[in-house]
Design a protein around this ligand. Structure first.
Ligand SMILES: [Zn+2]
Length: 96
Protein backbone atom coordinates (compact mmCIF):
# COMPACT_ATOMS: atom_id res chain seq x y z
CA UNK A 1 0.00 0.00 0.00
CA UNK A 2 1.10 3.52 -0.77
CA UNK A 3 -0.01 6.77 0.75
CA UNK A 4 -1.12 9.74 -1.31
CA UNK A 5 1.32 12.58 -0.64
CA UNK A 6 -1.43 15.08 -1.14
CA UNK A 7 -4.41 13.87 0.88
CA UNK A 8 -2.84 10.98 2.80
CA UNK A 9 -5.28 8.38 1.51
CA UNK A 10 -4.01 4.82 1.25
CA UNK A 11 -4.12 3.23 -2.16
CA UNK A 12 -2.93 0.18 -4.05
CA UNK A 13 0.34 0.54 -5.91
CA UNK A 14 -1.38 0.22 -9.27
CA UNK A 15 -3.63 3.20 -8.48
CA UNK A 16 -0.73 5.46 -7.56
CA UNK A 17 0.09 8.24 -9.97
CA UNK A 18 3.20 10.36 -10.27
CA UNK A 19 2.29 13.94 -10.79
CA UNK A 20 4.46 17.03 -11.16
CA UNK A 21 3.02 19.98 -9.31
CA UNK A 22 3.38 23.67 -10.15
CA UNK A 23 6.85 23.87 -8.60
CA UNK A 24 7.92 20.90 -10.76
CA UNK A 25 8.15 18.60 -7.76
CA UNK A 26 7.23 14.97 -8.27
CA UNK A 27 4.55 13.65 -5.97
CA UNK A 28 2.86 10.31 -5.61
CA UNK A 29 -0.84 11.02 -5.57
CA UNK A 30 -4.14 9.18 -5.76
CA UNK A 31 -6.56 9.36 -8.68
CA UNK A 32 -8.87 11.73 -6.80
CA UNK A 33 -6.06 14.23 -6.33
CA UNK A 34 -5.07 13.79 -9.95
CA UNK A 35 -8.58 14.75 -10.94
CA UNK A 36 -8.52 17.75 -8.62
CA UNK A 37 -5.14 18.86 -9.96
CA UNK A 38 -5.78 18.44 -13.67
CA UNK A 39 -9.55 18.81 -13.98
CA UNK A 40 -9.97 15.44 -15.73
CA UNK A 41 -10.19 12.01 -14.20
CA UNK A 42 -7.39 9.57 -14.79
CA UNK A 43 -9.42 7.17 -16.96
CA UNK A 44 -10.24 10.00 -19.39
CA UNK A 45 -6.63 11.13 -19.32
CA UNK A 46 -5.33 7.61 -20.01
CA UNK A 47 -7.89 7.12 -22.76
CA UNK A 48 -6.94 10.37 -24.48
CA UNK A 49 -3.27 9.54 -24.22
CA UNK A 50 -3.89 6.09 -25.70
CA UNK A 51 -6.02 7.35 -28.58
CA UNK A 52 -3.52 10.11 -29.34
CA UNK A 53 -0.86 7.44 -29.57
CA UNK A 54 -3.01 5.34 -31.92
CA UNK A 55 -3.72 8.36 -34.12
CA UNK A 56 -0.02 9.12 -34.25
CA UNK A 57 0.85 5.61 -35.43
CA UNK A 58 -2.02 5.55 -37.94
CA UNK A 59 -0.84 8.83 -39.45
CA UNK A 60 2.79 7.68 -39.55
CA UNK A 61 1.69 4.46 -41.25
CA UNK A 62 -0.35 6.39 -43.82
CA UNK A 63 2.50 8.77 -44.52
CA UNK A 64 4.84 5.85 -45.10
CA UNK A 65 2.28 4.26 -47.44
CA UNK A 66 1.88 7.60 -49.20
CA UNK A 67 5.61 7.94 -49.79
CA UNK A 68 5.73 4.36 -51.04
CA UNK A 69 2.78 4.96 -53.39
CA UNK A 70 4.34 8.18 -54.63
CA UNK A 71 7.63 6.46 -55.48
CA UNK A 72 6.16 3.22 -56.82
CA UNK A 73 2.94 4.38 -58.51
CA UNK A 74 3.47 8.05 -59.21
CA UNK A 75 2.24 11.45 -57.97
CA UNK A 76 -1.49 10.68 -58.41
CA UNK A 77 -1.36 7.83 -55.91
CA UNK A 78 0.85 9.95 -53.69
CA UNK A 79 -1.80 12.69 -53.69
CA UNK A 80 -4.51 10.12 -52.89
CA UNK A 81 -2.40 8.92 -50.00
CA UNK A 82 -2.12 12.44 -48.62
CA UNK A 83 -5.90 12.88 -48.83
CA UNK A 84 -6.40 9.53 -47.04
CA UNK A 85 -3.90 10.54 -44.34
CA UNK A 86 -5.71 13.84 -43.72
CA UNK A 87 -9.09 12.05 -43.60
CA UNK A 88 -7.81 9.53 -41.06
CA UNK A 89 -6.33 12.31 -38.98
CA UNK A 90 -9.61 14.26 -38.89
CA UNK A 91 -11.68 11.14 -38.27
CA UNK A 92 -9.45 10.08 -35.40
CA UNK A 93 -9.45 13.48 -33.73
CA UNK A 94 -13.25 13.74 -34.04
CA UNK A 95 -13.89 10.49 -32.19
CA UNK A 96 -12.14 11.76 -29.05
ZN1 LIG B 1 -5.00 12.06 -2.71
Amino acid sequence: MLKCQNCGKEMAEKDALVHKDASNEKKIICQDCFKAATGIDYQTFAFRKESAKQTFFAVIFCLAATIYAFIEKGPVYGALGIVATILIYFFASKTK
